[in-house]
Design a protein around this ligand. Sequence first.
Ligand code: HEM
Length: 474
Amino acid sequence: MVNIETNIQNTKYRPEDIQGNIVRGYNFKYVRHLILEVSDVKAARRFLAASVSDDSGDVPSITRETSWKKKPESCFNIGFTYEGLKALGLSRKQLASFPKEFVEGMTKRALKIGDFGESAPETWPAPFDQPDRVHIVASVHAKNIKSIDGIQDIVARSFNVIGVRDGRALDKGKIVFGYVDGISQPKLKHVHDPSEDKDDQPINPLGVVLLGYPTRLEGVLFSLPQPEKELGFNGTFNAFRVLSQNAAEFETYLTEAAEDLLKHKDIDHLLPAKEVKLFGKGHTRKSAIREIVAAQMLGRWRNGVPYETSPDTPNPDPEVSLTNFNYGYKSRCPVGAHMRRANPRGGPIVQHVANRTRRIVRRGMVYGPDFDPSKPDNEERGLLGNFIGANLGAQFEAIMYDWLNLGLQHPDITGSNDPILGANSRETSWFDLTLKNGGKIRLRGFPRFITSRGGAYTFLPSIRAVKYLSDLSG
Ligand code: HEM
């Protein structure tokens, strides 16, 4: 860590210096992530210079965190891997000033973040099978594919496009497995106005998501890449992940679990027969139990309603807030549920000081064909996810190895992995469902539902930093 207190005091939040995909989402229908190799360094630098200049010609301008009057047809943003910064000509000393996990890159951190077995980088398809050639992940969000194609053609004049990943938004914010996503995001000082917001979660200091500002840990500032002034402020880091979701296996497991639970002696404490009506028309006891298992594993019903505030039904009357809730000792939301593991909010955890420090911004779009549970298939589909925070090691990785896998935050789940996302195997997996009487039923035998199919750690530089990179010589 470096002492940059003086700088911080002089640093004002400058939205025009920050890429627009960090603190806010764009809400477009389509995304294409272009995986680029710097093959002609001069052409690459010229492109970068144009992308942040006032007159960019036909080069797409990097979209900034400044509001627009009329939503543009498309937005363009850029992230560099360590190899990419090297290819652009940053000096050895400057490169060494980046945090270790970024320097090593996602594939070398595989064990920490659960990328082993079927998820191991050695199994990843091109272009992620050659991580040294993955220099840039440029993301184009747009209203239509035609605009994306046009931008790709322009980018391809200056870089070698070694791969693309296309994503899209599904109706009503749903993702594969049928849950609504994108509800909880960290709210930030200077960015979000608490008086206008319905979210009652504490506001975060900017340093949680942007480099160069105070963090939640008193006296701890995340170290800044050098030269500090040019590269260290208003940028951040991103874990770009291609996560394949096995929807057929997930639905099959829900059915198997519901069939077993119907025979369990404590089934009335999970779902009394008379409460099936709370699930709405057409539900049987079995289909309602399937939904309870899905909701407890995630922490929300598939329609987004939090399990914490509505543990008996996905259709609470009156409606409950989707964001305002907290966990306690007597919560019905399992400690092992995906979103409670990923953000314990103010709930009881062993490392109490860490409660709200690992806040990450999540931006994701679905890839692959639609899934119809009545006609299950084995097509690849999943999430193109960006997990953004100022410190990959202290936030993204710590969530992955400490909380999602292993469950070190609470003795009741220690030794188990996240039921949705964890590196599970049928032989060892377990997850405790909570019951109305305070008891538990332990589920076992579920496989790993989500596997990694690619990704990269990227640095999302400030606009000023892009300019600096474009000015490098040699
Ligand atoms: C394909 C993989 C994943 C799926 C299907 C998934 C699904 C979901 C869903 C449906 C929600 C609830 C919606 C919301 O609150 O916005 C959620 C919340 C969340 N997920 Fe995931 N997720 C995935 C991967 C990850 C990863 C890799 C991380 C972190 C390393 C993560 C961290 C979180 C966090 C922090 C929340 C919000 C919790 C809160 O603030 O209350 N997720 N996820």
